[in-house]
Design a protein around this ligand. Structure first.
Ligand SMILES: [Fe+2]
Length: 205
């Protein structure tokens, strides 16, 4: 059962990589950063494994968004924006019904929720957003701002820090942990299952 699950995780991540190496790279960095934050917050090994897998597949729903919309360089139309914002719901549609994926469901569905209720798709506020989801949200925003995209360079660190610290939708404790503990440490502390290999990625047990 565990072996079968691991094969499914890897296969899903490989499909994401085939859709876009850039998107897969983002997902992997978000997974690494999420685990770092989770470890600094004192989460146990099991939860760190759930966090890693959930973060790795958080954007899996984007596989179902047409490339011309997903990678459009100009401004999105309201319909296109709606289409992109459907990716958390599409993600759980991909994963629902597959045994073993229940634990990451909330991360996939909730990673664009904000603690002030301004997120999507459900507009949840703080008490209804679990800590694992809040961690992935912060890591996702951080990487999205820092990473270079085909149409723009990554934002400089000071600007990213200002944006993240001033965002009322991000969990303050998670943000503080990111800046005071994680980014102050070398990446050498990453667990073995975080080491990057786009196709044969090692999954946590
Ligand atoms: Fe997303």
């Amino acid at each position: 059962m565990l072996l079968q699950l691991t094969i499914v995780w890897r296969r899903l991540y490989s499909l994401l990589y085939m859709k876009s190496p850039c998107l897969a790279g983002h997902s992997h960095r978000v997974a690494q950063l999420s685990v770092e934050i989770g470890a600094a917050l004192g989460l146990d090994t099991h939860l760190l494994g759930v966090l890693f897998k959930g973060a790795l597949l958080h954007d899996i729903g984007k596989m179902l968004i047409p490339r011309e919309v997903l990678f459009k360089k100009g401004a999105l139309t309201p319909t296109e924006r709606q289409e992109i914002q459907s990716h958390p719901s599409l993600g759980v549609q991909i994963l629902d019904g597959v045994p073993g994926f229940e634990e990451i469901r909330e991360i996939v569905l909730g990673h664009h929720e904000k603690i002030d209720g301004s997120g999507y798709p459900r507009g949840l506020s703080a008490p209804k957003i679990p800590i694992l989801t809040r961690i992935v949200t912060v890591a996702d925003v951080y990487d999205a701002l820092r990473a270079q995209r085909p149409y723009r360079k990554g934002f400089p660190c000071p600007e990213v820090e200002k944006i993240i610290k001033e965002d009322p939708g991000l969990d303050k404790q998670v943000v503080e942990t990111l800046y005071k503990q994680v980014l102050a440490q070398p990446a050498a502390r990453w667990p073995a299952f975080c080491q990057y290999n786009p196709i044969k990625i090692k999954m946590p047990d």
